[in-house]
Design a protein around this ligand. Structure first.
Ligand SMILES: NC(=O)c1ccc[n+]([C@@H]2O[C@H](COP(=O)([O-])OP(=O)(O)OC[C@H]3O[C@@H](n4cnc5c(N)ncnc54)[C@H](OP(=O)(O)O)[C@@H]3O)[C@@H](O)[C@H]2O)c1
Length: 283
């Protein structure tokens, strides 16, 4: 059970530590000297590290760096964050060199590597995923999304979109609550509970979108326009910036103006799909 880890930054080091702990004969390399992992074999160059193992995990900052250092690999699992286009470029680059390539996206932080909270998404070579499944499963909960190497990065982008929307909503909520001297930590348990309820609604919204039938939804566009309108009003009257909310309201306004005010909230995807949301910004 030999594996090479290129990059001993926050994530690479956590990965290498987990591999050593699990009994893998782990070779590591880092550009800058001084970063070490107890129990690992430290190579002087990336090429030397690659030659030591049949499988290479690249945990460096970006795709270009991963390509620059991994050219002699036979099997490469690249965990650098990147766009779907960069994942495709790296997969093409690997194919030209006869490297079996698996692209990965880490939904994790260094401290939860090798715990059930860490999720790694993969796409690209199914054989690389299956052959190394046991090792990948010890690093995180592994999810394989298919042969298209761009898909893991696309899912990563999709999840980042959910994450940023949630975090900015949270920050806006805290700014509002500060106006009544509520401390952020007081709000957290209530927010958690409320989010659980809201996330339970995702399946219903997804079902409407899959059917393309937005009639009779529990949460119509016009009702949400009214709620957002009063939320913007409350924010402004308390001196809180409402810029996180106004683009959402504008999208709902467009949907309503197009005659879909009584459709479900989920029907807003029609505006996003067509790129018509851009008109909101331009206008
Ligand atoms: N940290 C997180 O919570 C987190 C979560 C999910 C995904 N990620 C992704 O994981 C990847 C690694 O993140 P990280 O947090 O481990 O970053 P980091 O701590 O900044 O480490 C970056 C690593 O890349 C190496 N590197 C950068 N440029 C290089 C170059 N030109 N040549 C060779 N090596 C180079 C660094 O080497 P030196 O030590 O020599 O600088 C270091 O080993 C990123 O793509 C990041 O977006 C991170």
């Amino acid at each position: 059970m030999k594996v090479t880890v290129l990059g001993l930054g926050q994530m690479g080091a956590a990965i290498a530590v987990a591999l050593v702990k699990a009994g893998y004969q782990t070779t590591v390399w880092n550009r800058s000297p001084g970063k070490t992992v107890e129990g690992a074999d430290h190579a002087k160059t990336a090429a030397e590290a690659i030659a030591k193992s049949p499988v290479v995990i690249a945990a460096v900052s970006d795709h270009q760096t991963a390509r620059d250092i991994s050219g002699s690999a036979k099997v490469l699992i690249n965990l650098a964050t990147g766009t779907p286009e960069q994942a495709k470029e790296t997969a093409d680059w690997a194919a030209e060199r006869g490297i079996d390539y698996l692209d990965g996206a880490m939904l994790a932080v260094p401290s939860n590597i090798a715990t059930p909270e860490a999720h790694f998404l993969y796409s690209g070579s199914k054989a690389v995923f299956e052959d190394n499944r046991e090792m990948l499963d010890l690093l995180a909960t592994s999810v394989y999304l298919g042969e298209d190497p761009a898909v893991a990065a696309l899912w990563d982008s999709a999840l980042l979109s959910v994450g940023y929307a949630t975090f900015f909503g949270f920050f806006h909520a805290l700014a509002l609550l500060e106006t009544a001297n509520t401390r952020p930590s007081e709000f957290v348990p209530v927010a958690r509970q409320s989010l659980q309820g809201l996330f339970g609604f995702l399946g219903e919204l997804a079902g409407e979108i899959e059917k393309g039938d937005y009639r009779g939804g529990a949460s119509p566009v016009d009702m949400n326009r009214a709620v957002l309108g009063s939320l913007v009003g409350t924010s402004l009257s308390r001196g809180v910036n409402a810029e996180t909310l106004t683009p959402i309201r504008a999208l709902l306004d467009r949907r309503s103006a197009d005659g879909h005010g009584s459709d479900s909230l989920s029907s807003v995807i029609e505006v996003l799909r067509t790129g018509a949301g851009r008109r909101v910004q331009e206008g």
